[in-house]
Write a protein that binds this ligand. Structure first.
Ligand SMILES: Nc1ncnc2c1ncn2[C@@H]1O[C@H](COP(=O)(O)OP(=O)(O)OP(=O)(O)O)[C@@H](O)[C@H]1O
Ligand SMILES: [Mg+2]
Length: 226
C-alpha cells in the first residue's frame, strides 16, 4: 500500500475556489517527488490535505495507512508524529532561540524534554546550524531561518517530509545544500515531497515530477531506472 494515496480528491475553499480537482495520486514509501506547477496550481493545498489541515470536499486520503477523511480528532497527534513539514510562510517562534524552536517540535509530538540534548543538536547538525543554537530568529538570514524550519521538521524523524518551497529564498549554493539534505533524508527511508518553482533544480535530479495546473495533475513523470 502506498505511503500517500489520494483518490478523487477535490478541495473547494469556502469562496468556491477549486484548489484540487479530482486528484488521484499514489506515492510509495521512500519515494522522492517534486511537486511543480504555476502559482495557484494547488501545491500547498495538496500538502495541507496531507496533514489534514484541510479536509477535502470529496474523495479519500490515506497517509501512512490512516484514512484522513475518517480520522478522529484524537488521532491527529499520530499524524503529527509521522509527517514533518516545512511550509512556505515559515513561522519560527520569534521570542525563542533556534534551539528552543527545534525543541518545540519535539514537545508538540510528545517527546520528553530529556531527549532534547541528543535530538536537537542532531537536527541542527543536519542543517549545519549548530553554531546558531542560541540565536533568535531575528538574528538569522532568510536562508538560515529556512534551515531552522527544516531542522524542526526533521527532529521528529518523520516517515514523510513535506517541504513547500524549501529553497525559495536561498541562493543556488544553499539550495543545493538543502536538496542534498533532503535526498540524504530520503535515502534513509523518509518519503519526501518537495514543492518548487525552480525548474533548474528539478532538471538537475532524476526524480519523479508531479505537475499540477489549476488543481489537476497534468503530468506525472517518473524517470526510468538507470
Ligand atoms: N484559504 C483559501 N481560501 C480560498 N482560496 C484559497 C485559499 N488558499 C488557497 N486558495 C486558492 O487555491 C488555489 C491553490 O492555491 P495553493 O496555495 O494551493 O497554490 P500553490 O500551487 O501552492 O501556489 P504557489 O506556487 O503560489 O505557492 C489558488 O487559486 C489560491 O488562490
Ligand atoms: Mg504554495
Amino acid at each position: 500500500m502506498g505511503m500517500i494515496i489520494l483518490r478523487e480528491v477535490t478541495v473547494r475553499y469556502e469562496d468556491g475556489t477549486v484548489a484540487l480537482d479530482n486528484v488521484n495520486l499514489t506515492v510509495e514509501k521512500s519515494e522522492f517527488a517534486f511537486v511543480v506547477g504555476p502559482t495557484g496550481a494547488g501545491k500547498s493545498s495538496l500538502f495541507k490535505v496531507l496533514i489534514r489541515e484541510i479536509v477535502p470536499s470529496h474523495g479519500t486520503v490515506f497517509v501512512a495507512g490512516y484514512d484522513l477523511t475518517r480520522m478522529k480528532p484524537s488521532q491527529a497527534p499520530y499524524l503529527r508524529r509521522l509527517v514533518g513539514t516545512v511550509f512556505q510562510d515559515i513561522l519560527l517562534l520569534p521570542e525563542r532561540t533556534v534551539w528552543e524552536n527545534v525543541a518545540f517540535a519535539l514537545r508538540a509530538t510528545g517527546v520528553a524534554s530529556s531527549e532534547d540534548k541528543r535530538e536537537v543538536p542532531r537536527a541542527l547538525a543536519m542543517v549545519d546550524l549548530l553554531d546558531k543554537a542560541k540565536a533568535f530568529p531575528w538574528q538569522l538570514s532568510g536562508g538560515e531561518k529556512q534551515k531552522v524550519a527544516l531542522a524542526r521538521a526533521l527532529v521528529i524523524n518523520p516517515l514523510i517530509l513535506l517541504a513547500d518551497e524549501p529553497t525559495g529564498n536561498l541562493d543556488s549554493q544553499s539550495s543545493r545544500e538543502v536538496m542534498e539534505l533532503l535526498l540524504r533524508v530520503n535515502r534513509q527511508g523518509t518519503t519526501v515531497l518537495m514543492a518548487t518553482h525552480d525548474p533548474f533544480l528539478v532538471g538537475s535530479y532524476r526524480k519523479r515530477v508531479i505537475e499540477l495546473n489549476s488543481g489537476k495533475i497534468v503530468r506525472d513523470y517518473m524517470p526510468g531506472v538507470s
